[in-house]
Design a protein around this ligand. Structure first.
Ligand SMILES: [Zn+2]
Length: 418
């Protein structure tokens, strides 16, 4: 019994995408790091185990963010009057250049990691920059806070300011170094990260695709975020059938551990390809609205059987808390539905499922409280004068739309209070 932990509270999660499971005033039993079960009455065998009683607080799976840029954390909210390419050139590239100085990383990354922790995003897939010394600071900060993440050294060898691009050779060599340096941690792992097709030569894309296969490392990048970007890719890669096929051709779109952020402007063929290859398409609603990129037809993709996750896309996204991204995804689907009633609205359980269980599946069995899942959880104590008159599910709804980090009173990763 020494490895057993028991928590009590109002337990809510989404086993299935269609509905919430609500266990009011119940016990969740954890063995080491794994969920054993949820009980209304505690079984006799556990009678001598100390219970951590959170009273009427909510216990929910912790959040997972499948798309976020660590170096952009302190530029959030700035320059959002621009569209993607201008925003990159006028703000983001200038900001990312600063990370050539490791002292800048030491200044910024602790704030970024603290914000992830505070907001209950205990796992995330992160773009760093091209600079490995600074990237390693990010890894160290995540490790100090005991957070889990995939961290990517960004690759660019064309179409960016001269001090943000590397030779193809250096870009590959430093990617291998970063992967090797970070392949022994359980919680923090490397991920191959070509920024997006326009910033990579064919040679770089090809070598990254081969690296992913040879070193068994997953991939994250951007896809079809704006119409102008799609046009640009067509000019740069005229021999490829579509933007998705640029990645496909270079073996960067061919395993289920691939993350494609945005994917708003896809052709029918690309939609079929996403389903066929079982890649993760990541919806970043705040970012897409802020940069006037468009709005993904999310429910259409889901109904086609595509695996769609959610990302904050900080700094084009202006909120790091995933509950805000969940609410925005629902709102965006309502706008699409209002314009085109044949597109259905994303339900609350669907949106919550995407931000917890579906996003979590990139890391393994996490994001749900089913038996044998890793126990990753947040405890939510909401302050509201009428809290006693609200049902647990109504309180979760309220937290998603109106809550913030101040309501999170405890965070568990793999069974450990962190
Ligand atoms: Zn992004």
């Amino acid at each position: 019994m020494k490895d057993i932990k028991i928590l009590k509270g109002n337990i809510i999660f989404t086993k299935n995408i269609k509905s919430f499971e609500v266990h009011e005033n119940s016990y969740i039993v954890i063995n080491k790091n794994i969920v054993v079960g949820i009980f209304k009455q505690l079984p006799e065998i556990y009678k001598d185990v100390k219970v951590t009683d959170y009273n009427d607080a909510l216990i929910i799976p912790s959040f997972v963010d499948l798309h976020i840029h660590a170096p952009q954390y302190l530029q959030m909210g700035i320059g959002l009057n621009l569209e993607l390419i201008d925003w990159l050139n006028q703000y983001t590239f200038k900001n990312e250049k600063l990370f050539s100085d490791v002292n800048h990383a030491k200044k910024v990354y602790p704030h970024f990691v603290e914000a992830l922790y505070e907001n209950g995003t205990l796992r995330s897939c992160i773009f760093a920059t091209i600079h490995n010394k600074s990237n390693q600071i990010l890894v160290e900060e995540l490790a100090k806070k005991k957070l889990s993440a995939y961290v990517g050294k960004v690759n660019m060898d064309q179409n960016a300011p001269s001090n943000l691009i590397q030779t193809t050779e250096d870009s590959i060599r430093e990617t291998i170094e970063f992967i090797e340096e970070n392949s022994n941690s359980e919680l923090i792992k490397p991920i191959i990260t070509p920024r997006f097709a326009p910033s990579c030569t064919r040679d770089l894309l090809k070598q990254l695709g081969n690296l992913s296969i040879d070193m068994k490392v997953p991939i994250q990048t951007h896809l079809a975020e704006t119409k102008n970007e799609v046009k640009w890719v067509k000019q740069l890669f005229p021999d490829c059938k579509s933007y998705s096929h640029v990645y496909k051709k270079h073996k960067l779109y061919c395993n289920s551990k691939t993350i494609m952020a945005h994917a708003i402007h896809l052709t029918k063929k690309e939609i079929n390809l996403a389903k066929h290859e079982n890649v993760y398409i990541v919806h970043c609603p705040n970012s897409n609205m802020n940069l006037t990129s468009g709005v993904m037809p999310l429910t259409h993709y889901l109904d086609k059987g595509i695996k769609v996750g959610l990302g904050s896309d900080v700094g084009a996204g202006h909120k790091i808390g995933m509950q805000d991204t969940i609410a925005s995804a629902i709102q965006c689907s309502k706008i699409r539905h209002a314009i085109n009633p044949s597109e259905r609205i994303l339900s609350e359980s669907e949106a919550f499922y995407l931000g917890t269980k579906l996003n979590g599946s990139f890391f393994g069995k996490t994001g749900s409280f089913e038996q044998d899942y890793l126990f990753d959880a947040l405890v939510i104590k909401d302050e509201h004068p009428l809290v006693d008159s609200l049902k647990p599910l109504e309180r979760l709804q309220r937290f998603i739309y109106c809550g913030d980090s101040r309501s999170i009173i405890a965070r568990y990763l793999e069974g450990q209070l962190i």
